[in-house]
Write a protein that binds this ligand. Structure first.
Ligand SMILES: [Mg+2]
Length: 287
């Protein structure tokens, strides 16, 4: 999870409370852009089924990769002889293998918005859950001797609590190898993830990348909507094969792309640009 996208989580949480009086004095529930996305991710069998299905796909792909020494998810980052390096997979944490929907839900319930301090408090509460199917898949990969690297934009300060939370949930934690690579853990590790991916690929044959955000796969995530789709087309052979994307309608670079990535715009302006960018059906005038 990154800070700026989370600001948008509260784009509609403008309300001082979730209930307001309407003109006739009745109590109306205030709107919140985050409601349906959070409800879907937290409660729906549809989301759970998609998540489980994607981890099952990852297992199939991992089996294929283990049987094929030429298989790599990061061919541009691996030097000569990668075929004989130990096998690794790289996954994002938040909204890929970790489920923070209780935090998102709390924003809606309290009619409040994201703050980085509160997010750190949330991480330190160690109440994050595992996504449906994540543990089964990661334990399977671990049982095959595959090293699992977690590349996250949780910060170095948030890493100890993140590790404790994950250990309690039963995530494979890498033994004596540092497999939790957080933002600013090294001076040149910013939000962009490609240099962290490359640091893993230096010593491992990386056979899968997994994430819920384009930035988990490429630094091209910050482009316009059109540029992002052009990148999708250019990398179409990866998706569902060695790059596996998980659904996250709550937040992500897809959202900021809709208003030019300019978080200094007001929440109302951001919403206007999102609506303005929609491709709409023009209804015929009714008789
Ligand atoms: Mg994520």
């Amino acid at each position: 999870m990154t800070f700026k996208p989370l600001l948008a989580l509260s784009a509609a949480a403008l309300a001082l409370s979730t209930v307001a009086a309407s003109a006739d004095g009745a109590q109306a529930t205030k709107q919140n852009d985050l409601l349906n996305a959070t409800l879907w991710m937290q409660q729906s069998v549809e989301h759970a089924a998609v998540s489980r299905g994607l981890f099952d796909l990852a297992k199939l792909r991992l089996d294929q990769a283990l049987a094929d020494k030429g298989w790599t998810a990061t061919p541009d980052k691996e030097g000569k002889g990668y075929q004989d390096k130990p096998v690794a997979i790289i996954t994002d944490l938040d909204e890929t293998v970790l489920d923070n929907s209780n935090y998102e839900a709390s924003l809606i319930a309290r009619g409040t918005s994201f703050s980085s301090k509160e997010w750190t408090d949330y991480v330190k509460s160690e109440t994050t859950k595992a996504m449906p199917g994540a543990l089964d898949f990661l334990k399977y990969a671990d049982s095959k001797g595959v090293k699992i690297f977690y590349i996250s934009n949780r910060t170095k300060d948030e890493e100890p609590a993140t590790r404790e939370n994950m250990k309690k949930l039963g995530f494979p934690m890498g033994g004596n190898v540092d497999t939790v690579l957080t933002k600013k853990e090294k001076p040149d590790w910013g939000s962009a993830k490609e240099n962290r991916i490359a640091s893993v690929a230096k010593d491992y044959r990386v056979v899968l990348l997994m994430g819920d955000n384009l930035g988990d796969f490429s630094d091209s995530a910050k482009g316009s909507v059109d540029a992002r789709h052009a990148f999708l087309e250019k990398t179409k052979g990866n998706w569902g094969k060695d790059w596996i994307m998980f659904p996250n309608p709550e937040y992500g670079s897809w959202e900021s792309a809709a208003f030019g990535g300019d978080w200094s715009k007001s929440s109302d302006q951001r919403r206007k640009e999102k609506i303005g960018g929609l491709k709409t059906w023009s209804a015929a005038p009714s008789n």
